[in-house]
Ligand binder design. Structure first.
Ligand SMILES: Nc1ncnc2c1ncn2[C@@H]1O[C@H](COP(=O)(O)OP(=O)(O)O)[C@@H](O)[C@H]1O
Ligand SMILES: [Mg+2]
Length: 357
């Protein structure tokens, strides 16, 4: 857009939080504001919009507005990659005057509204109610049962009272853990489409988490071995969230793989394969019983456990890997799980390493 003709218009459009794109009569991008290039970094002036935005409904709406049948069209579109996003869009003609304009002049303006967050909140509320009520009902029923027993048959039975109160405290704690995990899961989900911006020394973070979990490991006679590079490995990330990733994976390896008596933590830089940037690979390996292959694809689902009673016995909620998965997604990373029965399991987290300046 010519600044002399339009004055401060580009600056004004950049100040908007909603993406705004202009295309000419050939559907070639002539302008995109800051919100648009941040949502779709591959938008470039002079390149057809369909190189970046392929949604048939959107392209169709542009065609119809360009054809002059309608001055404005509204629609909705969703994207699945790299994360699921929902937009509402408006396609508005800029040449309503009817005066013939060159095919390369801005002809149509596209205005988007990001509905991802509100959709996500809605879905999360539905999910939360269903999952949480199911998981909370068991300890709650047991709490109520013991309260009634204490008020009735066990009234005056001091020995029974002490025993029941212990169980009740354990059930209450279980409910509290569940609620904590559900809340952190929903917090991560809410921020999942926003990239974390801090820079974190991943090696140092892993060392710190390993140190805090050493007592847990010692209790189960598990030795933690570290294999970290000497130089810091910087990733862009959210420190608290990455600590939660390391905590959950190491804790699982200790809890479920304790029979292997050894947990190995390794951090390495793996160089770029075709079209990708370098990645930091964090591996947590245990030598426990491993996980039967049929469970692997579902392991990161909320509340999915291979052995629910084993998980509950150790205070598990079945939400740890779901939280890990969401955090890794938010960091535009990958989680892979390899396991062989009788040999053990490896959980790998790959995080993109920012280019060196
Ligand atoms: N290292 C591991 N070895 C064997 N099984 C594992 C391992 N890590 C996770 N699992 C299985 O995956 C399930 C889900 O893990 P997670 O989401 O952390 O929930 P939780 O630990 O609270 O049960 C666990 O209950 C367990 O069955
Ligand atoms: Mg766990």
């Amino acid at each position: 857009m010519d600044k002399n003709q339009n004055g401060l218009l580009p600056e004004v459009l950049d100040a908007l939080s909603d993406p705004v794109i202009m295309v000419d009569g050939r559907k070639v991008v002539t302008f995109s504001n800051a919100a648009a290039t941040s949502a779709w970094p591959s938008l470039i002036n002079g390149v057809p919009i369909s190189f970046t935005l392929r949604t048939p409904d959107l392209i169709d709406a542009i065609d119809r507005v360009l054809a002059g049948t309608l001055p404005m069209l509204k629609g909705a579109m969703s994207e699945r990659l790299p994360v699921e996003r929902f937009f509402e869009f408006q396609v508005v003609s800029l040449s309503s005057s009817g005066v013939a304009t060159p095919r390369t002049a801005p002809a149509v303006v596209l205005v988007f509204r990001d509905l991802t967050e509100s959709r996500r909140l809605e879905a999360m509320r539905v999910d939360f109610v269903a999952n949480a009520s199911h998981e909370l009902r068991t300890p709650l029923a047991s709490l109520l049962g013991f309260i009634e027993t204490l008020q009735g048959p066990a009234r005056g039975d001091l020995q029974a009272q002490t025993r029941f109160l212990d169980i009740m405290r354990a059930q209450g704690r279980r409910m509290a853990r569940l609620i904590d995990d559900l809340l952190s899961l929903s917090r991560v989900e809410m921020s999942e489409h926003k990239r974390p911006i801090d820079t974190v020394d991943f090696g140092l973070l892993i060392r710190q988490v390993a140190d805090t979990l050493r007592p847990v490991a010692e209790e189960r006679r598990v030795a933690i071995h570290l294999d970290l590079p000497d130089a810091p490995v910087f990733v862009s990330g959210d420190r608290d969230e990455l600590m939660r990733v390391a905590e959950n994976l190491i804790e699982n390896a200790i809890k479920y793989g304790h029979s292997g008596q050894r947990v190995e933590l390794k951090l390495a830089i793996v160089s770029a394969s075709r079209g990708r940037c370098d990645e930091a690979q964090f591996s947590v390996r245990d030598f426990g019983p491993g996980i039967p292959a049929e469970h692997l694809p579902r392991l990161t689902e909320r509340f999915y456990r291979v052995d629910a009673s084993a998980s509950r016995e150790t205070g598990g909620t079945g939400l740890g890997l779901a939280i890990v998965k969401h955090i890794v997604n938010r960091h535009r990373g990958r989680l892979t799980i390899e396991s062989e029965q009788g040999t053990g399991s490896v959980f790998n987290v790959f995080l993109p390493v920012p280019d060196e300046e």
